[in-house]
Design a binder for this molecule. Structure first.
Ligand code: PLP
Length: 225
């Protein structure tokens, strides 16, 4: 077994352990491989080890790798510039980083022209770090209500990035808060919500995220480094 496959095996075991411990079904949790630091041949090792979901944070890299590794689900997880929207809409990418209104409008405009839907997660800035993108918790409701007018955008869930702590336990309140918001909108959302995904947890903190209810974890260095 190569190292990438070994890493994935170990991460899957730890995800299953965290899920069972917290009464979640391990099978409901998607392990996304974040391939942003590696070439497509190394990414392919993860595919061969059973990974079906891949994430990139730059549009050019995403397009390049998705053209070669086309049999998997690709996710756009990084900040998306409005002038790159044309490269994203019309593919089956799940966007994890819908983080502001001008991006929503640009996505809507492009999707309207092409008569396609955009599947997106709203990125929420739970931690309040100023350098992090995302909607502030107290602005979520207004943002979701505004999105309801954009008929081509389907909101499929929420994403957050926790700060990098030495102790992953410190991320727990952040993940717990987003799960609370997710659960609230499962039952109370405007009509454009069709929630399914809660994207939280990276190499440092995915076990805590799974315990708190994540169903997509985004893992780069723990797989590829
Ligand atoms: C790079 C990145 C990850 C993966 O980070 P690792 O610490 O390498 O697991 C996850 N999410 C986003 C948005 C990223 O940019």
């Amino acid at each position: 077994m190569n190292t990438v496959a070994e890493n994935i095996k170990k991460i899957k075991e730890l995800i299953a352990k965290a899920a069972i411990k917290s009464n979640h079904n391990p099978e409901d949790i998607t392990l996304m491989a974040v391939s942003k630091t590696v070439d497509v041949e190394k990414a392919r090792l993860a595919y061969e080890a059973g990974i079906k979901d891949f994430g990139e944070n730059r549009v050019q890299e995403l397009k390049k790798k998705a053209a070669v590794l086309s049999e998997v689900n690709w996710h756009m997880i990084g900040r998306l510039q409005t002038n790159k929207v044309k490269d994203i809409v019309g593919h089956d990418y799940l966007i994890h980083s819908l983080d502001r209104w001008d991006l929503a409008e640009a996505l809507e405009h492009r999707a309207g022209l092409m008569d396609v839907e955009v599947q997106a997660l709203v990125q929420i800035n739970i931690s309040g770090e100023i350098q992090k993108a995302g909607i502030k918790p107290k602005e979520i409701n207004d943002f979701l209500l505004s999105l309801e007018k954009l008929k081509h955008i389907k909101v499929r869930g929420f994403m957050t990035m926790a700060p990098l702590f030495d102790d992953p336990e410190k991320t727990r309140p952040i993940f717990r808060e987003l799960k609370k918001i997710y659960d609230f909108y499962l039952n109370n959302g405007p009509s454009n919500l069709n929630l399914k995904y809660l994207s939280m947890g990276m190499s440092q903190d995915y076990q805590v995220a799974v315990e708190e209810g994540a169903n997509i974890v985004r893992i780069g260095s723990a797989i590829f480094a």
